[in-house]
Design a protein around this ligand. Structure first.
Ligand code: FAD
Length: 458
């Protein structure tokens, strides 16, 4: 336990809430999205401002506490929580302020994409964000940030204009192209290694109605659909972003009852052009097969952003493995189809995200995001409710990934679990990793921020 007098001392300078294990809210506040994470910190500092974050960082250092930083709390590895240490929790810092004239938005470090989209969509504006609205803007942006708008507008991190950061020494800095440019480079892909970001400033783009939804096919046609997906993705305009999904039919009103509980495959889409030309761009998707169900049509972008939320409820147990693919070869397709045939939990999914477009047009050294030339990134996502199924679900995920791995080009850092240093290196490549390690030495030489996909200071 941390002696009461130290906590009282922090309390006198701290405007948020300090939550110790004896606090009534402790067991609620220590929960994160992934239900397999059950960690018991000594203190959770729920910050309300950058000055609270400064106090919390200084407290962590002074008392030599293992320190975690929580944004949206969505990371599958559970790095937002720790055992026996301090959690700097930003989840009460959710403000998002839009400047519609400049087309920019500032989001505090605990905002989610739901918070962000709600404010920016009031002005018909958006920037690339996550596919599930409860994901934090912080972790997603710091790791790169793929989403529906990326092939036109780049990754979430490509839209970052500046970030306010509390460093390991408790200093507050702004990072942008013109201020602390090395830190700004590292923050765009390097994850939570370099400090606590209290505020993110983003470039916005006009986005209101989109061509969204999915076409759904029987799993028996998975291989055929994946080959079609590969060919369609190659020629699709940048205004179209695609996602192949293997899923089990949810008991949702938009699905005929006979498909509930059935293994299915789908191609989901976001098209930014809803004109006749835009409709033409996705027509082949609607015609191929034909699909069992066609749910593609014009919808508000904000609706598309919340459409998949029921598939990833808070507290579900989860384990993931990801791999970039330079191409979707027949071998990779066979591995995916075989993996689908062995799925256990009806909540588990396999995703193949289409990349390219604006993602690939940013130079490989421009930010810390690697694998920009990959055509796809796959993610095997086991999700299940009962702890008794943990071992079997983890084994399924690993099995599918092992079969995929010969075709892979490295991991996407935001989809990594606790997978060790080699996988972190594989998600950056040697050159980017070495540069990140040098910047880490400058801003966090003692590796105070180490509960993340850790890059040790060189
Ligand atoms: P947290 O768990 O709070 O934090 C993740 C990491 O970031 C931790 O290491 C933490 O210390 C650090 N961190 C958090 N906040 C800060 C901060 N303010 N300053 C400094 N460091 C901080 N990724 C995509 O790219 N696109 C998607 O569409 C997408 N969809 C997802 C859907 C689901 C259901 C889930 C669970 C994840 C998804 N992800 C997606 C992955 C997601 O980007 C990462 O899990 C990301 O780390 C989540 O950010 P967070 O702030 O919610 O997480």
């Amino acid at each position: 336990m941390i002696p009461d007098k130290h906590i009282d001392d922090l309390k006198s300078r701290f405007r948020g809430t300090l939550i110790s294990p004896d606090h009534a809210a402790y067991n609620t506040v220590r929960q994160v999205w992934n239900g397999t994470i059950d960690r018991r910190p000594r203190l959770i500092a729920r910050c309300t401002s950058a000055s609270d974050v400064v106090e919390a960082v200084r407290f962590g250092r002074e008392h030599n506490l293992l320190t975690a930083v929580r944004g949206g709390g969505h990371n599958v590895a559970g790095n937002a929580m720790c055992d026996d240490g301090l959690v700097i929790d930003l989840s009460m810092m959710k403000a998002v302020v839009v400047d519609p004239q400049a087309r920019t938005a500032r989001a505090e470090g605990g905002a989610t994409w739901a918070d962000f989209d709600t404010e920016t969509q009031k002005f018909g504006l958006a920037t690339t964000g996550g596919l599930i609205s409860s994901t934090g803007v912080a972790g997603l942006t710091l790791g790169g940030g793929i989403g529906w708008l990326m092939r036109t507008h780049g990754l979430a991190s490509d839209n970052l204009i500046s970030a306010d950061v509390v460093t390991a020494s408790g200093e507050t800095l702004t990072a942008s192209e013109s201020k602390n440019a090395d830190l700004f480079w590292a923050l765009r892909g390097g994850g939570g290694n370099f400090g606590v970001v209290t505020s993110f400033e983003y470039q916005l783009h006009p986005v209101s109605m989109v061509m969204g939804g999915m076409v759904i096919h029987p799993v028996a046609r998975a291989a055929e659909l994946l080959r079609f997906y590969r060919d369609f993705a190659r020629t699709a305009p940048d205004s179209v972003t695609l996602l192949f999904v293997f899923l089990t039919g949810p008991p949702a009103p938009f699905l005929p009852v006979e498909l509930h509980g059935k293994p299915l495959v789908a191609i989901a889409v976001c098209g930014l052009d809803i004109s006749a030309e835009g409709e033409k761009a996705v027509r082949a998707l609607k015609e191929f097969g034909p699909p069992l169900v066609d749910l593609i049509g014009p919808m508000p972008y904000g609706v598309l952003q919340g459409l998949n939320d029921p598939s990833a409820p808070h507290g579900i147990r989860s384990y993931w493995k990801s791999e970039y693919l330079n191409e979707l070869s027949d071998g990779a397709i066979n591995a995916l189809v075989d993996g689908m045939s062995r799925v256990q939990s009806p909540m588990s999914q396999i995703h193949v995200h289409q990349l390219g477009g604006a993602v690939a047009r940013v130079g490989p050294d421009a930010t810390a995001v690697s694998h920009r030339s990959a055509a796809f990134v796959t993610n095997v996502l086991a999700m299940w409710p009962e702890s008794s199924a943990d071992a079997a679900e983890i084994a399924w995920t690993r099995g599918v990934w092992e079969a995929m791995r010969p075709f892979g080009a490295g991991a996407y850092v935001n989809f990594l679990g606790e997978e060790g240093e080699e996988r972190v290196r594989a998600s950056y490549g040697e050159t980017t990793h070495a540069k990140l390690a040098a910047i880490k030495r400058r801003y966090d030489p003692t590796n105070f921020f180490r509960l993340n996909q850790n890059i040790r200071p060189s």
